[in-house]
Design a protein around this ligand. Sequence first.
Ligand code: 5GP
Ligand code: ZN
Length: 125
Amino acid sequence: MEKTMNDDCIFCKIIQGEIPSYTVFENDDVKAFLDISQVTPGHTLMIPKKHIANMFEFSKEDAAKYLKYIPEIARAVKGFDPEIKGMNIANNNGAVAYQSVFHAHIHFVPRYSDHDGFKMVWTDN
Ligand code: 5GP
Ligand code: ZN
């Protein structure tokens, strides 16, 4: 096991293939996979291939290394379905901000039409 991983973390287990996932995008730095709870079809999570709890723990080097893939993954997810007209890209940091898995991740939530009824699940109200 790489020392950059955390034995108790479900997303580290996903990176190591110990928990199955549907991969959307992957390279040496990051992995993107479908969220187990699809708030809209195609809802994807991008994670660094290093255990970092959340944005508060990111160094500038971490940010440069991992976050640069956000636009590429957004385009990959959008490319899966011509009906995807837009996308919410979001990130939760800390339990009070609805972070439930403490391995940093970016949500990509495809949007299909105006007024499709979806409200961001982690926002208040
Ligand atoms: P958070 O609430 O921390 O921003 O988001 C964590 C996300 O991880 C949730 O949307 C949840 O559905 C997703 N998730 C939790 N466990 C698993 C899992 O084992 N596999 C996958 N693919 N997603 C998971
Ligand atoms: Zn982890």
